[in-house]
Write a protein that binds this ligand. Structure first.
Ligand code: AMP
Ligand code: MG
Length: 352
């Protein structure tokens, strides 16, 4: 019940994050929202010549996101589909024939593993499942909130070798060579799916899947960019650190407030440091701004899992900008981030 309430509050807060842009001369502005894919709220804003044209786009977006959600789901099976749960269930048993999207996503995940120095590791599913279970139990019965068993965490971490994810592109199969390895693509799948959907969207649209935001440009008739609010992780849901201008590209945040629970008054969030097997202790939130939503999602998780200097170099090497909110509430920007800020509520400093 508590969990449902928390989710609802989050969903109510999200519409405020998309602040719109100036009207187009020849087109009207429409919006749609729906729940379902990736267990969150999707919002679509866009300029279209008619309501029918916009509704057609919204239906396409919903269908595509639902398809990706089913393929990347590790909790549910769907008839006629081999998804990530199928691969997990077949670990150590047999290769699974899968849709090309799963192959492409997992190849991207291997790249992200290298980029992040092994910190973003989708083979950590065993460890993440232990945190997921204890979090779910705590949400249902906060009085009995507990941490995962330390020995179980260490045991699960023995089965997180990224090389044991064996991809055969020619056969379109995936085989987990370790019977105890489990995949969890929560750090990257939403952004990857948003990018694939955005690739096929017309210009002049803004898509947010649970706050994973991607704009496909503004119409040539309008000079105004979309405005996207970046949430202040230390304040209430409606408070922004700042708003960003976004015309073509993506904004994604990883934060310690997004999925967390308390044990003995202490907050335990959902992004796990492979070095400690406990929630990362570097930042309250990291927001990444870059053209590609898959990269923005992967990088926001990666930067959340590393200190400023390392994260700054990684972002720069990927052509991304970022803002970090520290555990002490200090705010740091990458060199070019502030150029994108429209309105600032709380100032920070440029990372050296
Ligand atoms: P995000 O909100 O994009 O930063 O992703 C958080 C999600 O990624 C979590 O809910 C887990 O499913 C997953 N995750 C957490 N820690 C890690 C990690 N170290 N490597 C890979 N995935 C992770
Ligand atoms: Mg991410």
């Amino acid at each position: 019940m508590k969990r449902a309430l928390a989710l609802l509050l989050l969903l109510l807060a999200l519409p405020a994050l998309l602040l719109g842009c100036a009207a187009q001369a020849d087109q009207r502005r429409y919006s749609a929202s729906f729940l379902g894919p990736f267990d969150t709220l999707t919002e679509l804003l866009g300029y279209a010549p008619s309501e029918a044209a916009f509704t057609h786009q919204a239906e396409l977006v919903q269908a595509k996101l639902t398809g990706y959600h089913r393929l990347f789901d590790i909790y549910h099976s769907y008839s006629g589909i081999n998804n990530l749960k199928t691969i997990n269930d077949q670990a150590g048993i047999a290769p699974v024939i899968v849709d090309g999207s799963i192959i492409d996503l997992l190849k991207f995940c291997k790249r992200v593993y290298s980029l992040s120095g092994g910190r973003v590791n989708v083979a950590l599913g065993g460890v993440l499942a232990l945190w997921h279970e204890t979090r779910e139990q705590a949400m249902n019965a906060p009085m009995n909130a507990a941490l995962p068993d330390e020995a179980a965490l260490r045991q699960a971490a023995q089965h997180a070798d990224i090389e044991a994810i064996q991809i055969d592109e020619a056969a379109s199969t995936v085989f987990l060579a370790d019977p105890l390895l489990r995949l969890d693509v929560g750090a990257v799948a939403k952004g990857w799916a948003v990018e694939r959907v955005a690739e096929e969207m017309p210009e002049g649209y803004l898509l947010s899947v649970g706050g994973n935001v991607r704009a496909t440009g503004v119409k040539p008739a309008s000079a105004a960019a979309w405005l996207v609010g970046v949430q202040d992780p230390t304040a209430s849901a409606e408070a922004y650190l700042h708003t960003l201008r976004l015309s073509n590209g993506s904004v994604v945040t990883s934060g310690d407030y997004q999925r967390a629970y308390r044990v003995s008054g202490r907050l335990y969030h959902h992004i796990i440091d492979p070095a400690t097997l406990y929630p990362a202790q570097y930042w309250h939130a990291v927001t990444v701004l870059c053209p590609d939503s898959a990269l923005a999602d992967a990088l926001s998780t990666a930067l959340f899992l590393m200190p400023l200097e390392e994260g700054g170099s990684l972002a720069a090497s990927c052509g991304a900008e970022a803002v970090w909110v520290g555990l002490d509430d200090r705010i740091f920007y990458s060199a070019g981030y502030r150029e994108h800020i429209q309105h600032q509520n709380r100032a920070g400093e440029v990372a050296s």
